[in-house]
Ligand binder design. Sequence first.
Ligand code: GLP
Length: 236
Amino acid sequence: MNFIKVNTYDELSCKAAALICSQVVMKPDCVLGLATGSSPLGAYAKMAQKCKDGEVDFSRVKSINLDEYVGLDGQHDQSYRYFMNNNLFKHINIDINNTHVPNGCATDVDAECKAYDALIESVGGIDLQLLGIGLDGHIGFNEPDSYFEKTTHKVELDPSTIDANARFFASRDDVPTTAITMGMGGIMSAKKVLLIANGKGKKDIVEKAFFGPITPAVPASILQLHPDLTVIYSEN
Ligand code: GLP
């Protein structure tokens, strides 16, 4: 594991954007695994700037997002599809048809989960997976549990995750209680993993996840077993 501690969120975002863009430069038709949440926003803005400056070309890139709330369609301003379109995709020259987010409104959620895993396989797996980390150690929406779930699946969100994400909704009651998330198999089979975390509030969970025991009670801890993991943490 390459654990990089930086001093500011801006530095974290610069480094993350540089690593992601390097991946695209080295393999222009790569598959990027992308994440939502507030942590990647700075990196996404810097990636957009690099694209605008002609430093990187996303035209052949495919993207596969980690998760989506069940019940929110892509027009809903708190859906992860909406987040990705507005915070990244519309600012870079990626082909929107090559961007993938689970369909939170699928009538058959199990079939949607199976199709998502088939999609990951059909594109040859993920070259670089970007992750944030939840306060309870979740990655994607893989919540603490008694085992690591391998495939894409529907998950009941932990009350602490609902609390944490309520800040984006009009009220806590509006936060969906279930989501579709890529499983640990999809994440762990990515060739490279880049996890970013910032803020004093994430310090304890970052320590537990990367310097504590590997346990499904702290889902991100499984990443300690990944052969090419970079963690960038900024306390500020
Ligand atoms: C959500 C997402 C995760 C993300 C987490 C942390 O629950 N499903 O992928 O890592 O939030 O978000 P933030 O970066 O806002 O702390």
